[in-house]
Design a protein around this ligand. Structure first.
Ligand SMILES: Nc1ncnc2c1ncn2[C@@H]1O[C@H](COP(=O)(O)OP(=O)(O)OP(=O)(O)O)[C@@H](O)[C@H]1O
Length: 225
């Protein structure tokens, strides 16, 4: 579904990584790890066509990113849900409307979608907070809202960049559980994290491939973790 073929990327002439290949197949579960600044966020941005590699090719759902026009890219991106490292919301809108925003923007808000939204808020445990505005939410609540928003369009792939960055362990486990449930429902999941406890927890629950960015390369990191 997403294929990176021998790609390289860097900023301002400095090569961040090169020779990176990665395939995200339906139902796969990947964890991307590596020290701060090695390029995890950059790699995620390359996975959804937010950046174009300086070398190599990116295929999204069987089509080459390089030849894609804006409409086709937008269609492909709808099939990918992204949870950003620091979720941003529209602070003047209640949580419910923030989560529903992708549906509203696609002009797809009907009775069925209302019910789906209610189910999704219940799934992430935010039914009671749905009328609150984002600044009134805790870090864990914001992250769960970001996850709900990322999956409201029923994407086939979920990319989560440090989804448990600033939240306590109990909440991290809960978020991981939600991502595992998504994976069990058939979605491909990729999580970027340097939280070792989270990686171990994921490995014990799901058949996860652990990838590590180090020295400009992407390698499998297996038994050591
Ligand atoms: N837009 C940009 N312009 C220039 N340099 C950038 C830009 N975005 C990221 N970088 C640099 O590229 C490197 C990789 O950044 P990136 O955010 O991908 O790393 P990361 O592994 O996700 O880090 P962290 O774990 O701290 O979030 C860093 O040195 C960063 O400063």
């Amino acid at each position: 579904m997403i294929e990176l073929e021998n790609i390289a990327y860097g900023y301002g002439g400095r090569v961040l990584f090169a020779g990176v290949s990665l395939t995200l197949e339906p139902g796969s579960f990947h964890i991307l790890t590596g020290a701060s600044g090695t390029g995890k966020t950059t790699l995620i941005r390359l996975c959804y066509g937010d950046l174009t590699p300086t070398e190599g090719a990116v295929q999204l759902f069987g089509r080459d990113l390089a030849g894609m026009d804006r409409d086709r890219l937008a269609l492909s991106r709808r099939r990918i849900g992204v949870v950003h490292q620091e979720a941003r919301f529209l602070d003047h809108l209640p949580l419910r409307d923030n989560v529903a925003l992708p549906l509203a923007m696609a002009d797809r808000m009907g009775g069925e979608e209302e019910a789906q939204l209610g189910d999704l808020l219940a799934w992430v445990g935010l039914t009671q907070q749905q009328d609150q505005r984002p600044p009134e939410l805790s870090g864990g609540e914001r992250q769960r809202a970001a996850l709900a928003r990322a999956v409201i369009m029923s994407p086939e792939i979920v990319l989560a960049d440090e989804p448990t960055g600033n939240i306590d362990w109990e909440m991290s486990e809960r978020l991981l559980q939600l991502l595992i449930e998504l994976n069990r429902s058939g979605k491909a999941v990729l999580i970027a994290t340097h939280d070792l406890a989270l990686i171990r927890q994921a490995k014990s629950a799901v058949d996860a491939r652990i990838l590590r960015l180090k020295d400009g390369q992407l390698d499998m990191a297996g038994a050591a973790l």
